[in-house]
Design a protein around this ligand. Structure first.
Ligand code: ZN
Length: 315
């Protein structure tokens, strides 16, 4: 992960893996070949742009949500939150009206979107574009092959994952809390990208800031659920055990590593997975954190976002 600054010196992060892709198609032989073979790809030069927000750089003013919040249910005027989306998009080089936001409900459901969905979840209600059941049940992953459609997911401890296949021009984004992780949201997002023409061998994934092992104590039921769904081998490398003051066994989970291993298991190359090491709960000055808020602000907090888009023209 690399630290970036906006014009007004707010901080955000990008992945070096996704960041070295300045345009698609890549100049490599394989990609140029693919580009020429696929007539639907004749759409000129596209920049793949992305970023993980911090909690700074926006216009929020309410207590405990800092100045950059992407959540619409924290009590601030909707127009203020909408302006935050526009500002973060702007600092990444994305027109504000290109953004589509996932309607996150901790599922493994992934929605394919295109230019018709621009603004959905921000300036356009889900119900206006989706059938009632889908709008209500929600979805935690987004994929597109359309230029000028920015995918957004929101987090405050959960794991944000951004994807791109720079060879075939397909992008994805998903939100993986523990329930979504167990349900397989990361692999489902990869599958949805492949259904659009992406190939696992060329997909890159950036796993953003989330609660770290240090601050993610889990209970026995959580551990059992992971063990049952994901198996002993994987669980051995994502859980750590420490003794509490009373001598009791406390288990901690590395949710980012879990997702990285699940991505590797579904065919994403290890060298194509970039994982942030920053814990949201340990850095309350920089990030919104659900766990930190539970302990220190009566649960009051904002949400951060991760955006990815293929935008036309030179940077
Ligand atoms: Zn921590």
């Amino acid at each position: 992960m690399m630290i970036r600054h906006t014009r007004d010196n707010a901080v955000y992060f990008t992945s070096s893996l996704l960041d070295d892709i300045r345009s698609y198609p890549q100049s490599g032989e394989e990609s140029v070949d693919n580009y020429q073979k696929n007539p639907t790809d004749a759409r000129g030069n596209l920049r793949i742009v992305h970023g993980f927000s911090t909690k700074h750089g926006g216009v929020s003013t309410m207590p405990y949500i800092s100045d950059l919040n992407f959540g619409f249910a924290v009590g601030e005027a909707r127009a203020v939150t909408v302006e935050n989306y526009r500002r973060f998009a702007f600092c990444l080089g994305i027109p504000g009206d290109h953004v589509v936001c996932a309607n996150q409900t901790h599922t493994a459901r992934v929605l394919r979107v295109d230019a018709r969905h621009r603004g959905m979840g921000i300036s356009v209600p889900y119900e206006a574009l989706l059938d009632a059941a889908l709008a209500e049940e929600g979805f935690d992953g987004l994929v597109t092959d359309a230029p000028g459609v920015a995918l957004a997911v929101r987090v405050a401890d959960c794991v944000p994952i951004l994807f791109c296949d720079p060879v075939h021009g397909i992008i994805g984004a998903c939100h993986a809390g523990w329930r979504g992780t167990l349900a397989g949201i990361a692999a489902e997002t990869v599958s949805a990208m492949c259904a659009l023409g992406a190939e696992r061998g060329s997909i890159r994934a950036a796993i953003g800031h989330a609660v770290g092992t240090c601050c993610y104590e889990i209970d026995e039921a959580f551990y059992r659920a992971f063990l049952t769904s994901l198996g002993e081998t994987l669980c051995e490398s994502v859980f750590s055990v420490c003794k509490g003051e009373d001598g009791s066994v406390r288990r901690h989970c590395d949710l980012r590593r879990t997702n990285a291993l699940l991505l590797a298991a579904c065919g994403i190359m290890q060298q194509h997975i970039d994982t942030s090491t920053l814990c949201t709960c340990c850095h309350p000055q920089l990030f919104h954190s659900h766990r930190y808020a539970q302990r220190h602000t009566g649960g009051k907090r904002g949400l951060m976002a991760a955006f990815i888009s293929m935008e036309e023209g030179a940077n």
